[in-house]
Write a protein that binds this ligand. Structure first.
Ligand code: PEP
Ligand code: MG
Length: 436
């Protein structure tokens, strides 16, 4: 039984306030902290901010906290719903209390913390690990699949102060034999990359962006990918580590063109066709296995055109916002082949699981993601194992809020092996992990 719910403002990894939740049951106190994006999709659930310029420059979250303590908490306690069996009903109650389509009333940042904390409390009440509880909720089958970690080692876009338009350049250690080996290989590449950058650009080039990746003074996509090729080769992992890119292109789509110079003094607008040609040339030249948000959230025609002939996993982030309505639309329009899963884009755990299961029904993949404004909460590590998505991105192997997720996954892998469970590392089959 839930006996108390408390919320309080805490800082996220960018130093902005966010909501921390403490939910009490007879089994203890269960905490959740809510993340926050920067390159947010227009259709994401609403993150409620107070808008008072004198308080955290308008970003304080007192309204969301008030809503948890005065509306959600009392209603949830009164409902008598049980955390061990009623996650879906709890989430339905949260949605009904809000009463809007996008959680604009109570705030997704108020609602999500409660939903996450209920799942943690539910797992404890049922005597399960969180990943096991989430596996039960999602209906995923065994064996356990450990994900390929996609490390964003070069940060650009709105996540860093350099001139690179593309937001994320990731390395994916598909050739590892386990999750912990994948982490070791990628961390070695990260350290080689640091040395290469120091040599080429000087010590000031190894400052990091929001997700722990370096932000050197480069601007072109091929410059970033060439650096990754060199770092992987110096670490001795050629062929074992592949690449992925998230240009987060909604950020530089204006008046029908994509301005790759949007952070530079000189504009460099590309038509959708020119951008498609650029992607095709990058895909043919580099070992890229996944492309996320290559086109803007409202440029559906380009998505559909590109998807006809895309040789790699094509992931919708801003396009889908972890919402089954857009997942269905994208399926009808044949716009992509995978859904990015960010829990705060939709605002409850049940809705996130539902969107993921719909994506699976369409034969798509699901890619679990952190936000650029993160916290040390490691919920998504359990989620990726519980849902068997086979891949996760949580930034570089650097910064506490990023490595919290990777460290939790190492812990899960160790625990599963110690229990004698069958554990598969997704490896090169990460796109098909739910069917392994
Ligand atoms: C992303 O775009 O995939 C991302 C993690 O960034 P943000 O959280 O800023 O949306
Ligand atoms: Mg993205």
């Amino acid at each position: 039984m839930i006996t108390a719910i408390k919320a309080a403002p805490r800082l996220d990894s960018r130093g902005n306030p966010t909501v921390q939740l403490d939910l009490t049951t007879e089994h203890g106190v269960f905490r959740a902290i809510v993340p926050s994006g920067a390159s947010t999709g227009a259709n994401e659930a609403v993150e409620l901010r107070d808008g008072d310029p004198s308080n955290y420059s308008g970003k304080s979250v007192h309204k969301a906290i008030h809503n948890v303590e005065n509306i959600i908490g009392p209603a949830l306690i009164k409902s008598g719903l049980r955390v061990e069996t009623d996650q879906k009903k709890i989430d339905e109650l949260l949605i009904a209390l809000d009463g809007t389509k996008n959680k604009a009333n109570l705030g997704a940042n108020a609602i999500l913390g409660v939903s996450m904390a209920c799942a943690r409390a539910g797992a404890a009440a049922a005597g399960l690990e969180l990943y096991e509880f989430l596996r039960r909720e999602s209906g995923a089958k065994k064996p356990y699949v450990m994900p390929v970690p996609f490390f964003n080692v070069l940060n650009g876009g709105v996540h860093s102060g350099n001139k690179m338009a593309f937001q994320e350049n990731m390395i994916a250690p598909v050739g590892a034999s386990s999750f912990s080996e994948a982490v070791r290989m990628s961390s070695e590449v990260y350290q080689h990359l640091k040395q290469i950058l120091t040599k080429q650009f000087g010590a000031s080039a190894v400052g990091i962006g929001d997700e722990g990746g370096f932000a050197p003074p480069i601007s072109q996509p091929h410059e970033a990918l060439d650096l990754l090729v060199e770092a992987v080769s110096e670490a001795g992992y050629e062929g074992k580590i592949k690449f992925a890119i998230d240009p987060a292109s909604s950020e530089f789509f204006k008046n029908g063109t994509y301005d790759l110079g949007f952070k530079d003094d000189a504009p460099n607008p590309l038509s959708p066709e020119q951008l498609m040609d650029l992607y095709h040339s990058l895909l043919s030249k580099y070992p890229i296995v996944l492309l996320e948000d290559p086109f803007a959230e409202n440029d559906w025609a380009s998505w559909t055109e590109f998807c006809k002939n895309c040789p790699v996993e094509l992931v919708g982030d801003d396009l889908l916002v972890t919402n089954k309505i857009y997942v269905q639309e994208a399926h009808e329009k044949k716009a992509c082949t995978a859904m990015l899963l960010k829990i705060n884009q939709i605002g409850t755990i049940s809705e996130a699981l539902e969107a993921a299961n719909l994506a699976y029904r369409y034969g798509w993949s699901v890619f679990v993601s952190h936000r650029s404004g993160e916290t040390t909460d490691d919920f998504i590590a359990d989620l990726v194992v519980g849902l068997r998505t086979g891949h996760i991105k949580s930034g570089a192997p650097c910064r506490g809020e990023r490595v919290a997720k990777y460290n939790r996954l190492i812990e899960i892998e160790e625990a599963l092996l110690a229990r004698g469970e069958e554990v598969v590392y997704a490896g090169a089959k990460f796109s098909a992990a739910s069917r392994l």
